[in-house]
Structures are given as C-alpha cells and as structure tokens.
Design a protein around this ligand. Structure first.
Ligand code: 13P
Ligand code: SF4
Length: 300
C-alpha cells in the first residue's frame, strides 16, 4: 500500500485530524486536513472534534494544541522539531524580567515554550499581534518576549515602547535588505512580502509585512502576477497551489527552517500507527498557559 493511503487509513482508524504548518514539506501539506499559520492552527486545534490531533510543525505548536485540548491525544511526528527562537528565553529569565517590571503586562509570541506562556498574561501570533496589542491599555507597561523583531514591528506601528527580549528567528534573520533589493531588481513590478520576524531593515525594504496566513490571503486578492516572498520557502507550495496563474519567487532560496522539515510522511505514518510520540503539558503550567492563549483567541 502506498504511504499516503496508509496515512489516510490510519487517520480514519485513529479518528485523527492532521494539522500542518505552512512551512512543512509539500507532501505533508498535501496529506493534511488543514494547513495554516500559527493562529489558524491554534484556532483549529481549539475547535477540533476528532479524538486525536497530529500536529505537523514544531514543538510549541503541538504544545499549544495540547494546552487547548487537555482531554485529547496530541501527537507530533518528530518531537525534536523545535523552534530555536522559542528556546531563547526560559521561564526563569522571564520571571527575573517581570520582577524588574512588576506592573507590566507580560506578552509572549506564540513561538514560546509552555512554561514561558504560563508566565504571561497574553499571547500573540504574527497574524493577530496588532489587533491583540491594541486591546492592551496604552498606559500599561508591556514586556514582549521572545521575538524582538515582531515586538519592534508592532510597538512602532502602535507608537509606543515595549520592553523587548533580544530573541529572534535565526532563519528569518538570514534575509537581508540586499536580498530584497536584488529580488526587486530582477522583478521590478512585483510586490515584496516579508514576515514580521525579519529584521527592521528587511521589513522597511518590503511592501507588506505579513504572517504566512496573511501572505496567502494577500496573494488571492492582489492584482500582481508575480509576487516576491520573504519567508521560509515551504510556503511557496501552498501559494502556488492556491494561485496557479501567479508566479511566486522567493526573495532568498536560503530561508529554510530545518525543524519545519522534520515531519515526513514516514514519521507521520509511524506516529499514527503507534499513537506516539505524544505531547502533554503538565499542570499547573497547562492551565496558566491556556489563560494567555484563550485571552488572545477572545480578542482575535
Ligand atoms: P506564522 O504564524 O506566520 O505562520 O509564523 C510561524 C513561524 O514560525 C514563522 O517563523
Ligand atoms: Fe522558529 Fe524561525 Fe523555524 Fe519559525 S522559521 S519555527 S520562528 S526557527
């Protein structure tokens, strides 16, 4: 039996739903029930009826699904798929920062560990950060962790200052303003979309700063026939499938997140077969982290 058919049969037998991030391998996206950005995956995970959720993505995404569904089985095809940015702050470091700013509201990017989320009042994704932060009273001091680039992007748009943690995505950090300039020179009329995890120089060189879901929505409505894409190259599969008459060109071919490539058809089939590796988040961390995620989902 071919492996895609095997996954389909196992999925039915396990009453499972397969959720995949936009950066995963094309063949994984193709077998998934739903492919989306971090916000869309969190929303789907919160609404799932299936008994088992297989999260094809990095560990914090499976943790988010487990936090929102403590009674369900949440599986991850490869538990070593981490997010280096999420690991740039520990709960101890955040507690020390909070002690220095006792009146601040603590906000975490969803790319953070469950322990860090448990220390926060509010969570955001790149798809809803502007809207969620607008709900925070302007006179409240804000701690924003771990992504200094997303934090800076939102605080500048809001015209206020946050206490930023110096974390960043090592993959998006590879993109330079020179890459954007070179891509523009080759395609002068194409709009440039970049992820807000990019550096300020790259964000300022681009036309739009969007989450991966925002890029997919933009591509469907924009008039341009060619679009330059400044984020992890895995998203090109979905963009091309959803917009077969348009051309998508990566701003740089080198923006590849090795962790996002860890879910494969083989380890996906194996985890459905074995109902393992399973992701669980212990109490009281899960309940405390759930408050921050649910506060975000209420606003967005
Ligand atoms: P999105 O929520 O925009 O998909 O971003 C997730 C991510 O890890 C970006 O590097
Ligand atoms: Fe983390 Fe960057 Fe990979 Fe996204 S692309 S999962 S932020 S390392």
């Amino acid at each position: 039996m071919d492996i895609v058919e095997e996954i389909r049969q196992l999925k039915t037998a396990r009453k499972a739903v397969i959720l995949a991030h936009n950066y995963t391998r094309p063949e994984v996206q193709d077998v998934a029930d739903f492919t989306g950005d971090s916000l869309e995956l969190a929303r789907r995970a919160a609404a799932v009826e299936a008994e088992t959720i297989v999260l094809c993505g990095v560990y914090f995404m499976a943790e988010t699904a487990a936090i929102l569904n403590p009674e369900k089985t949440v599986l991850i095809p490869d538990p070593t798929a981490g997010c280096p940015m999420a690991d740039m702050i520990t709960a101890d470091q955040l507690r020390a920062l909070k002690a220095k700013h006792p009146n601040a509201i603590a906000v975490c990017y969803v790319n953070s560990t469950a322990e860090v989320k448990a220390e926060c009042d509010l969570c955001v994704t790149s798809g809803n950060a502007a809207k969620v932060m607008a709900s925070v009273p302007r006179d409240r001091e804000v701690i924003f962790v771990p992504d200094c680039h997303l934090g800076e992007h939102i605080m500048r748009a809001e015209g206020r200052t946050y206490e930023l943690w110096p974390g960043y995505c090592p993959i998006h950090d590879r993109l330079t303003a020179a890459d954007v300039a070179a891509a523009r020179a080759a395609h002068p009329t194409a709009p440039v979309l970049v992820h807000p995890e990019c550096s300020r120089a790259v964000r300022e060189a681009a036309d739009e700063r969007l989450s991966t879901g925002g890029m997919c929505a933009y591509a469907q409505t924009c008039a341009a026939g060619t679009i330059l894409v400044g984020t992890e190259v895995g998203i090109l599969h979905r963009l091309r499938q959803e917009n077969p008459t348009k051309t998508f060109v990566p701003v740089s071919e080198g923006i590849v997140c090795a962790d996002m490539k860890k879910p494969t058809l083989e380890n996906l089939a194996a985890c459905l077969k074995n109902l393992s590796p399973r992701v669980t988040v212990p109490e009281p961390v899960a309940s405390r982290a759930r408050r921050a995620i649910e506060a975000m989902l209420r606003v967005s």
